[in-house]
Design a protein around this ligand. Structure first.
Ligand code: ZN
Length: 107
């Protein structure tokens, strides 16, 4: 099948055929260079882990976290992103996975 640039969608035009639709989780997250630039920007603005700062610790942030997960309806906007260190990000992700399992026992 022919490859189409996904960014060239005219207003009013249906973006995808129903059978090509992927989950909203995949669609919302920026991919490629745009996503990398966004992550670099967040880490530049928040060089210290936000969760650690609340606990009075100063830890370098190395991960960009979605404050409200995309899978929970969060946006990919800057206002929904924060810098976290790896342990804090892993802990938050684990808690979110647990919550998602509780809400959707079929997943
Ligand atoms: Zn931290």
């Amino acid at each position: 099948m022919p490859s189409q640039p996904s960014s060239l969608v005219r207003p009013g035009q249906k973006e995808r055929k129903p059978w090509q639709r992927t989950s909203t989780f995949v669609d919302k997250r920026k991919r490629g260079r745009a996503g990398q630039r966004d992550r670099a920007q967040v880490l530049a603005e928040e060089p210290l882990c936000r969760a650690c700062l609340e606990l009075g610790r100063t830890t370098a942030s190395t991960r960009v976290d979605h404050i409200k997960p995309l899978s929970e309806g969060g946006t990919d906007d800057r206002s929904n992103k924060q810098g976290l260190c790896i342990p804090c990000h892993d802990a938050k992700s684990a808690a979110e996975r647990t919550a998602a399992r509780r809400d959707r026992p079929d997943r």
